[in-house]
Design a protein around this ligand. Structure first.
Ligand code: PEP
Ligand code: MN
Length: 358
């Protein structure tokens, strides 16, 4: 079975975006039942709770283990809510199936490990449960796709992914950088693969959950997974990012859903006008870039004749500083300018290198 041939049918059963809510970790039967009861079933269709918790460092709470499966079962039987949990090895997977858990997800720390994914895939062979694959902690799209291929190869048809952000050495306001372009590339490759966003693990803090969830809807994601707890500050794991069931409902009510398209005349006329303008500007940009590279080549020849090195740090630093200052004044972001200039400079150096070799 191929990921391209997956049917999206399992997500189409929901007439609203799929929302999976519940605590990071199951802590006690009482805590699990209390949260599940408080979730508004009109907005949250599936209950989540981690019972095996892969923690970055030893000594932290590592989950209640298999006993938590009974608590999830109670949520399912008494509240009629489908339930979800993370499986991190083959024995978790077998136990989850035994307890009839409806949604199983593979965590970010497991997706990075082909052996683990393979053993989980084999344990779940031909299951009709939904299996969701979180992105690997590192920004590696192939690793993410590889995990999906391993599951698809075992006849698992109800697949989906969860975008939970990527860890990075740089400190930013997010716990895990969203790097939206990676998830969008996956969406582009496999348009039938349902994609959920996990704003809790992207942000690591509750005040940013709304903006990330809205961004996911702006990008036409199929749903959300959001950590919810009745006493968030006292949660045994991920306390800073968990929100009250009431807050989750407020967020869901306030989010604006975006449709795929709009058929009104106003929309299509304006859109094609703007797109024409963009196409024209892109052409001019490309023409200018080509002229700039021609001049770079002339400089390369001159340097070769005079035996001068290609890379001139002083010139590059001044050029970059000036361009960033001007660009920022024109309303462009520093990050964007940085990337653009580095990429133009890289190509220039490459061209001059070719000339030196001739
Ligand atoms: C979780 O969902 O609680 C979890 C551990 O997530 P991740 O694998 O994204 O870190
Ligand atoms: Mn968590």
């Amino acid at each position: 079975m191929n990921i391209q041939d997956l049917e999206q049918t399992w997500i189409n059963q929901f007439d609203k975006p799929l929302v999976i809510g519940g605590p990071c970790s199951a802590e006690s039967e009482k805590q699990v039942m209390e949260i599940a009861e408080k979730l508004d079933k009109n907005y949250v269709q599936v209950f989540r709770a981690g019972i095996w918790k892969p923690r970055t460092k030893p000594g932290n709470f590592e989950g209640v283990g298999a006993i938590g499966l009974n608590w999830l079962k109670r949520v399912k039987d008494e509240l009629g809510m489908p339930v979800a949990t993370e499986v991190a090895n083959a024995s978790h997977a077998r136990l989850a199936l035994e307890f009839d858990i409806d949604y199983l997800w593979i965590g970010a720390r497991s997706t990075v490990s082909p052996f683990i994914v393979q053993e989980i895939a084999e344990a779940l062979r031909d299951t009709d449960k939904v299996v969701l694959v979180k992105n690997p902690v590192n920004p590696d799209l192939d690793l993410w796709i590889g995990a999906l291929e391993r599951l698809a190869a075992q006849g698992i048809k109800k697949l989906g992914v969860i975008h939970r952000g990527f860890s990075s050495h740089n400190k930013s306001k997010y716990r895990n950088e969203p790097q939206w372009q990676i998830a969008l590339e996956l969406k582009d490759k496999f348009p039938n693969l349902p994609i959920l966003c996990d704003p809790s693990h992207i942000t690591g803090r509750r005040d940013l959950i709304f903006e990330i969830a809205q961004q996911a809807f702006n990008l036409e994601y199929n749903g959300l997974m959001i950590e919810t707890h009745c006493h968030p500050d006292e949660a045994w794991s991920d306390a800073k990012q968990q929100i009250l069931p009431e807050t989750l409902k407020e967020i869901l009510v306030d989010l604006t859903l975006r449709k795929k398209n709009d058929t009104s005349d106003r929309y299509s006329t304006l859109l094609s006008q703007y797109r024409n303008e963009i196409d024209n500007i892109d052409n001019q940009l490309l023409g200018l870039l080509a002229s700039r590279m021609d001049i770079s080549k002339k400089i390369g020849k001159l340097k070769k004749e005079h035996n001068v090195a290609i890379f001139q740090a002083d010139r590059w630093n001044v050029l970059k500083k000036l361009a960033i200052r001007n660009g920022v004044r024109m309303g462009l972001s520093k990050d964007f300018l940085d990337q653009l200039l580095v990429s133009i400079h890289k190509e220039s150096v490459e061209l001059q290198n070719q000339i030196m070799k001739e």
